[in-house]
Every structure is written in C-alpha cells, then in structure tokens.
Design a protein around this ligand. Sequence first.
Ligand SMILES: *Cc1c(COP(=O)(O)O)cnc(C)c1O
Length: 389
Amino acid sequence: MKVYMDNAATTKLSPDVLNAMMPYLTDIYGNASSVHAFGREAREGVEHARNQVAAAINASPDEIFFTAGGTESDNMAIKGVAHKYAKKGKHIITTAIEHHAVLHTCEALEKEGYEVTYLPVDEDGLISVEQVRAAMRDDTLLVTVMFANNEVGTIEPIAEIGALCRERNVLFHTDAVQAVCHIPIDVRAMNIDLMSISAHKFHGPKGIGALYCRKGIVLEPVIVGGAQERKRRAGTENVAGIVGLGAAIERAHKNMSADMARVSALRDKLISGILKNIPHVKLNGHPTQRLPQNVNFSIRYIEGESILLMLDINGIAASSGSACTSGSLDPSHVLLAMGIPHEIAHGSLRLTLSDMTTDEEVDYVLETLTKTVKRLRDMSPLVPAGTVY
Ligand SMILES: *Cc1c(COP(=O)(O)O)cnc(C)c1O
C-alpha cells in the first residue's frame, strides 16, 4: 500500500483542477495583458480566478494579487510594507515559529537596519495577543504572525491580533498558507491587512499563490518590470496556474465544513491510536486548537530520520518537520521554540492528511508505525535499561 501523509509539504493536484487548467495550457495561450481576442480570453480566466480567491476569504477581487507562491507572497508583503512605510518606523513584530519564508525575510530586513521582535511561544506553540500588545512600540510598522503552524498545526489567535493591530493602527500580515481551504477565514471579520496563500497546499498547482492586500495599502514591489498585477508584481501572468489556484480554492470551499469534520476525525483516530499503541510519545502542538490535517509526535529513544526511512520502505510518506529543513540534521526551530529538548525534538514525526486521505490509509499507518517504533527501539542504544516499551 502506498500512503501519502506529507500534505503540509505539498498536495496532489486534483483532477478537477487539472481539467480547469487544461485549456489554458493548450488553446488559450494568449498573453493576458494583450488587447487582442487571444489576450482577452486569457484575461477572462485570470479575472475569474481572482473572483474565486476573493470570494473564498471575503475579500474584494481588486485586493487579490497573484504571485509565484507562498514564499513570494510573504516576501512581497513584509518587504513591501517595510520599504513603503519605513517613515513610520522600522520595528516589526513576528514569532519564533514562522516559516523560513517569513523568518529569513525578517532577517534580511534586519541587515537593512530594521528591528525585529521574535515573540516566544508556549509549550503548545501558541502566542497570545497580550504578548503582541506588550511588544508594540510607537515605531512598530508591521505585525506578521502565521495563521497556523506548518509543523505542529497550532492555530494562532489571529482575529484577536487583528483587532489589536487595527485599534493601534499597525499593519497586520498573516502567512495563512497552511490554513486557507482547511479552516474558515474571513479577512474582514478578522481585521487582516495582508495574507499569503499558496495553491499547492490545497490540491492546486505548484509555483502559484496570491497575496491579499487590503484596499488602500500600498506596497513597494519586490519584483519590478512590466505593469502586471496593477504594478505590484511584474511578469507575464502564469495564466494556467492562476486558473488552477482559482479552481482549487473554489473546490475546497464547496466541501470545507464536511471535509473539516471528516479529516479531523481521521486526525483524532491517528492521535488516539498512537497514544494507545506506542508508549513514551508526546503530541506536539495544541491538543484542540490545531489544524484538522496535522499530527505531530515526539517519539522517545529513536531518531526521526530512521522512522521516516522505515515508513518509506513500507510505502508511507511522512516527514520529521518542514520539507524545507529536511536533509539538515538540526532539529526543528519550531519544536525548540516550544521548549522541547534537542534529543526529543530529534525523534519527531509529522503526519499530515488531506481531504483525499482514507480510513484504510490511517489504519495502515497506525499498524505500520507501531511495528516500526517497536523494531527501532529494539535496536536503539538510546533506550535506558529496564524501560518498558
Ligand atoms: C509551504 C509554506 C510556505 C511556502 O509556500 P510555497 O508556495 O511553497 O513557496 C510558506 N509558509 C507556510 C506556512 C508554508 O506551509
């Protein structure tokens, strides 16, 4: 059996999405900025997708800008605001558990003379609105806090932080790449000013994303050239990708409440099965305030990498942290920020589901993982003498 449980890294393209994209990879090949009929037909696809994205998050279409993915959206939002509004101040507030697309962007701005506060998180990976309030200064120009964490699935108090930022007149960006299409998001109700979206995290194509940027906010562009995307993001539009993003976001939102219930139930079955079958494990991330699709455990006395290899041999794709840091031997910055000791963080396993995950797959993973952990512990020199496992 082959089971894909690394949906936080990327997801399978939905056949419906591919169908929607296909005409734009074949017959409708005009440049969406051309004024002739070929161009106008491509433009229609782009604007239809803009409406689909806007509708899904309660934005208006002129607040949606297409990018080459989540990483670019994060760069565009954070650098764009920092460079445009530097006169207001040069202080940015973020968290210690952001995706590297946000952390490395903040570090690049520090080299330019900006000051960044990295808020610590609690043992569940949560930050509080009080922490954000306490960190705010007169020269704070941006708060950027991820909607939900990609490694441990913890959902941050975004509406509360949004309300605070609006009240204090500070711009608020959220990297919602793991949250969009998985939990409900309303950018108006939540007072979100800027939000990053990536299609390949919800069965859309890779290399395409969007930035929601509230009306009235101006960004210094990161990518300059032509006048595409109302001069915010230059470059010929990736029409097929954009159409795929629109189709994928609409597809996911049609079934979202049913999928949330079904996927959360599979998640909880995995979590309770692991807790029941395998001793000396700890669930990472918030027990209830977590993404429907995320399971993350620390498994004592064995290395995460060896679990992954054994699962892979048995046809199961999982991960030990984020895809971007796998291959490096450093434990995850997210787990370390949550206060998990190095040696325990090394034995972590992330299983991420999708609306395509089945009950049979969950059963197979539970059975295989239980056997795998037992076998690895039998061979592990790290198990203290006399430990029952
Ligand atoms: C995947 C991911 C990104 C990067 O998105 P890409 O489209 O792959 O560039 C950014 N932030 C989070 C939280 C992610 O999970």
